[in-house]
Design a protein. Structure first.
Length: 119
């Protein structure tokens, strides 16, 4: 499976495709090296398992920075958990789906699993 966002993102797409191309060229060279000059030569296509391994290895070789930059280019900046939480609370408040009077929840108010089991 080629990751859909890679089609939108040049920063990831170029190194990803370059790695796939390198695996393909290596595969072709290996066939040429193994060829006996007395026989007729015919290239064979790689099977799906081999291509899947190439895709997986090419993806694994991309740095997390390259992937993050690719997402940033394709979809905008990545948000951290705090930004997501603030945005969610604002949206819930705007739609009157949250009780604005709760205030902050103290960690002492957390329910421990053992407390529930004892009751």
């Amino acid at each position: 499976m080629v990751y859909p966002f890679l089609q939108k993102c040049w920063r990831c797409n170029f190194p990803f495709k370059a790695r796939l191309r390198a695996f393909w060229v290596g595969y072709l060279r290996e066939q040429l090296r193994a060829h006996n000059s007395g026989n007729k030569f015919a290239l064979t296509a790689p099977d799906r398992v081999k291509v899947s391994k190439w895709v997986s290895m090419a993806w694994d070789e991309l740095s997390s920075t390259t992937i993050a930059n690719g997402y940033n280019k394709a979809f905008g900046p990545l948000l951290d958990d705090a930004d997501i939480a603030v945005d969610l609370i604002e949206n819930l408040s705007r739609h009157c789906s949250i009780d604005a009077d709760i205030g902050e929840v103290d960690s002492d108010d957390d329910i421990e699993v053992n407390e529930v089991d004892e009751e």
